[in-house]
Design a protein around this ligand. Sequence first.
Ligand code: 2DT
Length: 211
Amino acid sequence: MNQALRRGALIVFEGCDRAGKTTQCHKLVEVLKREGHRVELMKFPDRSTTIGQMISQYLQKKVELEDHVIHLLFAANRWEAVKKMENLLLNGTTLVVDRYSFSGIAFSAAKPHMDFEWLKQPEVGLLQPDLVLFLELSSDVASKRGEFGQERYEQPQFQRSVRQIFRKLQDKSWQVINADGTPEEVHQDIYEKVKRSIELVSFQQLKKFDK
Ligand code: 2DT
């Protein structure tokens, strides 16, 4: 088979705060790189862009923004990355993404008076992940992981609502990962699934979210 024709996989990590997403993303990228895979780590929100800086100010509670406005900014922050993501994937680079559209929908939908169907629309046309790894933590283990941070949304009640909405978003591309174990145990589980996905999608077309 011609290696050059293989595309990369779009792997997304989702889950509530403190489930270990960021640690697992780094670990996965490190291992895949060591094996010689072309792989890049991405994170949303990407706070480095102009839009990302507005989002960051909002999350740090330095500015207030109307709920629909911040929702659209989060989506715009993904749209500004879409060309780069598409090019990398088509050139054979696997992308490991820390949060994506599902966080976008779940965090906004956990606020009062937000229309679920409206929230999904800005995501239509964005690249659809090949695999979503949803890291789930039992409430026992979650309570032992220390205090929440100071940013907006980092409150137990809000996080519980987000978690319920995440469940509604699950489809066949999702794998629920029990994140209660040690980082190494959780990584092993993830690693197997990711390797399978990279192999499986390498000759498939990129997919986009539809209506
Ligand atoms: P981090 O702590 O991972 O930086 O996330 N969020 C994230 C949204 O409300 N909408 C989105 O589209 C995304 C990607 C989740 C910062 C917070 O931003 C929330 C937590």
